[in-house]
Design a protein around this ligand. Structure first.
Ligand SMILES: Nc1nc2c(c(=O)[nH]1)N[C@H]1C(S)=C(S)[C@@H](COP(=O)(O)OP(=O)(O)OC[C@H]3O[C@@H](n4cnc5c(=O)[nH]c(N)nc54)[C@H](O)[C@@H]3O)O[C@H]1N2
Ligand SMILES: Nc1nc2c(c(=O)[nH]1)N[C@H]1C(S)=C(S)[C@@H](COP(=O)(O)OP(=O)(O)OC[C@H]3O[C@@H](n4cnc5c(=O)[nH]c(N)nc54)[C@H](O)[C@@H]3O)O[C@H]1N2
Ligand code: SF4
Ligand SMILES: [Mo]
Length: 698
């Protein structure tokens, strides 16, 4: 029996692993966990089925014959690592380290190690499919506005009185800073809920007020709420006076953004906007749960900023039962950023344009995905020759999959590490088998970025020759003689814990480190911003040439902005709303999970469906200017009649490779990676696009 922490998603549920002959046979929730208290979700409880799945990759594979030909040779780790290292070495010597790019998936255990590996390798070009589309706008805006990242305080003695869910559905997507179970408990205990979402999501159903916003117009709604809170003087006057910077500028700026102005843009009745503003401002303490609804449109900076200001006006920062600033009790990951040669900062693809994604002031500087993939495809501004992907199903999770495919085809060297063969891995030259969470070691600070609780993930089982990603990177670093390659990920774990005076082995004994939360930390030294206050007017943005006060901008592809497309594509497309059973493109091969949700679904309002003769369960073709896919109709009144909601991440492991049906129902065949992007983050548009629907002719 091993006590560990589930890492299938970003959560960190305490888990007890029951092991026999080196295999996990059962998993149960660990009641000792201060976060999950014995609870685990349906996917977590299927850990043994995932860990022991017969399709798990078990040995390193080398391509035989043509790319995507589907023929593989099993090779040893020694051979795989020697050959990959020598090919990377040759490419970096011929074309510069920048021509070797690294890719990775969302928030995995090896996340920061990949950044470290990129810096040591001397390449500025690494990416992750979230970042500009996920979390980086929230983290960066929090840092700029409050000087640190905030998370909901569900664990203290004071319960929240109100929770405002903005473009976020934590009852399903829970572990993205908070666990669904604690959110559900807070709502059940009487916190009043408000949901801003074009769908009446699972979370919205538990709220007393639902604002069905037109996708992509959230900034207008937030500006109007700021207008109401200021003009009705229901802001926290003491907090605003003592702890905010730029209130007078904001007050002047906000005058035109009335609820009536916002109603015309968002299509939310002005009366409901006023009601929401009052509910959030008056019911204190309040938590504001924000999510992807805000980050997947090209006005992500100002949208997230406008919403961040609501917390500050109401003083809901770092007080019990509100949004609290993280404690960061372990040392920051040593990413070796000083090892990246200076000239390389300039070469980072997209950095010059998108300063808060790739520039030196960015929270975690990375390459801009559309610019990187264009470089792969066209050689402009320079060629990307090699791509090493540590767990990202690029063909399903990056916008405009067909262009992604064309880009990957141009590579001289492509390496993918994964648990399973995927349509992306099938294009690689080498596919390396990685350890599942039950097979890997990690120090986990949770909630993500805030790190108020520290936990140990332990190796409890083994599968074939699978090794954890960090080990693979360390082995390559040693072969390439990279700086600091003598220190392995195990040394890094001990370094991180040195702030607590313990080692990883000692953390395993303790299971959890959970110091009491210190509220109102700003009372001592102020907020960690240039003015030491919450920046309603953001001086740092101003310095970088961005608007210091938030504003609204219509998304580039929308019924108002692109009327020329409207005749052919009359509906608004959103993609990606999460499902309990799947993590992005994962788990389609896990029978028990797939049986609960066998087909990719498109949510359509019954009135809209009737116009096209579509019935519940029919096959429907959804098309955008980029392409068409086919899904099963789920008719529901819980969605705006003009909105079509498509699941993302679909491919069919049961269909033949190398494609595994990836072109049939993959939402990113529809999405757009073309400019304009958010000017600070380079965010592309995954929601609020235009589409049409028709019944599929069989
Ligand atoms: N249209 C649309 N597209 C989206 C989104 C959307 O809402 N709409 N959401 C975006 C967001 S927010 C995100 S974060 C991304 C997520 O995008 P990805 O990170 O690509 O998503 P996954 O499918 O979870 O993971 C990719 C692969 O990682 C493998 N994997 C799992 N664990 C490990 C591990 O420990 N090591 C390695 N090497 N591999 C592992 C899985 O088997 C899977 O094949 O998708 C983005 N794409
Ligand atoms: N089970 C499961 N859990 C997950 C994941 C998963 O794949 N599966 N993925 C994880 C990851 S990486 C992430 S980033 C999180 C994401 O978690 P969330 O932030 O909750 O993201 P979604 O569920 O994609 O979208 C949230 C809501 O945004 C709404 N929405 C769509 N467009 C708009 C809009 O323009 N404005 C507003 N206001 N709302 C809009 C959708 O209808 C949806 O209900 O979930 C994490 N948790
Ligand atoms: S919520 Fe995430 S961490 Fe928790 S059990 Fe489910 S998959 Fe695992
Ligand atoms: Mo994400």
């Amino acid at each position: 029996m091993f006590k560990s922490v589930c890492r299938i998603c970003h959560g960190g549920c305490g888990a007890i692993l029951h092991v026999k002959d080196g295999r996990v046979i059962k998993v149960t929730g660990n009641p000792e966990s201060p976060l999950s208290k014995g609870w685990m979700c349906v996917t977590g409880l299927h850990t043994p089925e995932i860990a022991n799945h017969p399709d798990r990759l078990k040995e390193p594979l080398k391509r035989k014959g043509e790319r995507s030909g589907g023929e593989w040779e099993k090779i040893s780790w020694e051979q795989a690592l020697d050959e990959i290292a020598s090919r990377v070495d040759a490419i970096r010597k011929e074309s510069g380290a920048e021509s070797v790019a690294l890719g990775q998936g969302t928030g995995r255990h090896h996340y920061m190690h990949t950044v470290r590996f990129a810096n040591a390798l001397g390449t500025p070009n690494w990416y992750e499919p979230g970042l500009a589309q996920c979390f980086i706008p929230r983290i960066t805006v929090s840092n700029l506005t409050y000087g640190g990242f905030v998370v909901g305080d569900y664990y203290g003695v004071t319960p929240p009185q109100c929770i405002l869910f903005w473009g976020h559905n934590p009852l399903v997507s829970g572990p993205d800073g908070e666990l669904s179970i604690v959110v559900k408990r807070a709502l059940n205990k009487g916190a009043v809920g408000i949901a801003v979402d074009p769908r009446r999501s699972e979370t919205a159903k538990k709220c007393s007020l639902w604002l069905p916003v037109r996708p992509g117009t959230d900034a207008a709604l937030a500006l109007a709420m700021i207008n109401v809170i200021i003009s009705e003087e229901i802001y926290d006057k003491d907090f605003v006076r003592q702890w905010t910077f730029g209130f007078e500028e904001l007050k002047k700026h906000i005058v035109p953004f009335t609820p009536e102005w916002a109603e015309a843009i968002t299509q939310v009745p002005s009366g409901d906007i006023v009601k929401a503003a009052r509910m959030y401002a008056v019911n204190k303490p309040a938590i504001l749960e924000w999510g992807l609804g805000l980050e997947q449109s090209p006005n992500s900076l100002q949208t997230v900023r406008s919403i961040a200001i609501l917390r500050a006006l109401t003083g809901n920062i770092d007080i019990p039962g509100a949004d609290i600033l993280g404690m960061n009790i372990i040392k920051g990951y040593p990413t070796l950023k000083d090892k990246l040669p200076e000239g390389m900062l300039k070469k980072r693809l997209g950095a010059e344009n998108f300063k808060l994604l790739g520039g030196w002031r960015a929270f975690m500087p990375s390459a801009h995905i559309p610019t990187l993939f264009k470089a792969m495809r066209t050689g402009e501004p320079y060629r990307i020759r090699a791509l090493l992907i540590f767990g990202n199903n690029t063909l399903t999770t990056v916008a405009n999959s067909k262009e992604v495919y064309e880009s990957l085809k141009k590579l001289d060297l492509m390496v993918v590490t994964d648990l399973f063969m995927t349509p992306t891995a099938a294009m690689a030259d080498y596919v390396l088998p990685v350890a599942f969470w039950t097979e890997a070691e990690q120090v986990i600070g949770y909630p993500l970025v805030a790190e108020n609780v520290v936990m140990a993930q332990v190796q409890a089982s083994e599968t074939g020759k699978c090794r954890q990603d960090e080990w693979i990177m360390d082995e390559l670093s040693q072969r390439l003689k990279l700086p600091d390659s003598e220190k392995t990920f195990k040394d890094v774990m001990d370094y991180q814990l040195s702030s607590l005076g313990i080692t990883y082995r000692e953390l395993i004994e303790k299971v959890y480190i959970y110091p009491p939360h210190e509220y109102k930390k700003y009372g001592k030294n102020g907020f960690r911003t240039p003015s030491k206050k919450v920046e309603l007017y953001c001086s740092q943005l101003k310095k970088m040439g961005y608007d210091p006060l938030p504003s609204y901008k219509e998304p580039p592809e929308s019924p108002l902005q692109s009327p020329e497309l409207l005749a052919e594509y009359p509906y608004v497309l959103t993609t990606g709303s999460r499902r309990l059973e799947f993590f992005h493109s994962e788990h389609r091969q896990i029978k028990s999970l797939r049986n609960r949700r066998p087909d990719p679904q498109v949510e359509i309002h019954p009135d809209t469906a009737a116009r096209h003769g579509i019935k519940h369960g029919d096959r429907v073709t959804v098309s955008s200017p980029r392409g068409s896919i086919c899904l099963k109709a789920l008719l529901t009144e819980d969605i705006r009649p003009d909105v079509i909601n498509v699941e993302h991440g679909w491919w069919f492991p049961e269909k033949p490779g190398p494609d595994y049906g990836v072109w049939e129902s993959n939402a990113n065949v529809l999405t757009n990676n073309a400019p304009p992007y958010d000017p600070a983050f380079g965010t592309y548009q995954l929601r609020g696009l235009l589409c049409k629907i028709e019944k599929t002719e069989l």
